[in-house]
Design a protein around this ligand. Structure first.
Ligand code: SAM
Ligand code: SF4
Length: 342
């Protein structure tokens, strides 16, 4: 129980930005660290944050709970790799109280699944029902190269353990022109064959990495056209309030989402904001806006002060992003996806 569990008068959808969009979805990055180094996400040699800069689990709980009091209905725990953060299952278990109270509709997680086999049961016990697993290839060698050292077998075992624990798994893959483009139909069929939805993501220009993103970028509009040359794709109105547009693949019976930040801008219906593990609130993935909630709470803020700081930050949410991929261009934002929380 935190003071936010009892703030009176904070009804659902109480958080609204300057363009009238209700903010009801918070992503919380619990660490900038990861046991993998995906080539599009991290540089090979990353400098990670010192512990003192990272919010404690109690501080993360406090801020997330303040959002719930302000009408947040969906919380996604992410990173870095959330399951490498020590004690993260305690945090997730504690946030589960908002599910029990009815304040929160969904508590979920995005993970690379390397440690999922170990934690799947505890996640289910905490009230998590669905998770996203990032997986770009089924080829062990390519997986090792793309993740700079990862073991595909662990990820597959993690997915199987999650399903055995009753969790629904959605597979997310970043579409990479040279690396996995040709394999994507097989990956989609594999996911659908296991009862998993699948979402494809265009590479986003976030943070400096070694590779040139012009080389990696694959337009999902073009990929969709290619898939339609051998599959029947039917648009479905499934809305997660997020950027993905979904189709059903008649031949596999599964659902496929396309997240197209570059070939299609999706900001008009954006309902989400992101909290980094250092307590910085980013109200847009593709802009440099930032509010320091760590400074607010470490200065001894009351529950009401924190709520006010959150309201102020959300009021300034930008209209949208302007991602572009150009050869040798600087990233749209300097921070990496692993810092912001994908
Ligand atoms: N480590 C966890 C994982 O990989 O699922 C959670 C964090 S990761 C940053 C979240 C998602 O961001 C992953 O699906 C990853 O593929 C995606 N991602 C990372 N960098 C990206 C980029 N530059 N463009 C598009 N997606 C990216
Ligand atoms: Fe780690 Fe996820 Fe980034 Fe890959 S995408 S390096 S698994 S944080």
């Amino acid at each position: 129980m935190t003071p936010y569990d009892a703030i009176p008068g904070q009804g659902p959808q109480a958080l609204t930005d300057g363009f009238g969009r209700a903010v009801t979805y918070l992503r919380v990055s619990v660490t900038d660290r990861c046991d993998l180094r995906c080539v599009y996400c991290m540089a090979e040699h990353m400098t990670f944050l010192p512990k003192a800069e990272v919010l404690t689990l109690e501080e993360l709980d406090r801020i997330a709970s303040a959002f719930v009091a302000l009408g947040t209905r969906k919380l996604r725990i992410t990173g870095g790799e959330p399951l490498v953060r020590k004690g993260v299952l305690g945090l997730i278990g504690s946030l589960g109280r908002h599910l029990s109270s009815g304040a929160l509709e969904e508590l979920t997680l995005t993970t690379n699944a390397t440690r999922l086999a170990e934690f799947a049961g505890q996640l289910a016990d905490a009230g998590v029902r669905r998770i996203n697993v990032s997986l770009d290839t089924l080829k062990p060698d390519l997986f090792r190269r793309l993740t700079r050292g990862g073991d595909l077998a662990k990820v597959v075992a993690g997915i199987e353990a999650a399903q055995a624990a009753g969790l629904r798994v959605k597979i997310n893959a970043v579409a990479l022109k040279d690396d996995n483009a040709a394999e994507l139909p097989e990956l989609i069929a594999w996911a659908h064959g296991r009862g998993c939805d699948m979402t494809l993501i265009e590479t986003m220009p976030m943070g400096e990495v070694e590779a040139d993103r012009t080389d990696q970028y694959l337009s999902l509009t073009a990929l969709r056209a290619e898939l339609e040359s051998f599959w029947t794709l039917r648009d479905i109105p499934l809305s997660t309030g997020g950027p993905a547009r979904y189709v059903e693949v008649a031949e596999t019976g599964g659902r496929l989402g396309f997240i197209t930040p570059l070939s299609h801008n999706f900001c008009e219906a954006c309902n989400r904001v992101r909290l980094t593990c250092t307590g910085t609130l980013h109200t847009c993935l593709g802009q440099d806006d930032a509010s320091d909630l760590r400074a607010v709470i470490r200065a001894g803020a009351s529950a009401e002060d924190l709520v006010e700081a959150i309201r102020l930050a959300v009021a300034g949410k930008p209209r949208g992003h302007d991602f572009r991929i150009a050869r040798a261009a600087a990233p749209a934002v300097a921070r990496h996806m692993s810092t912001t929380g994908g």
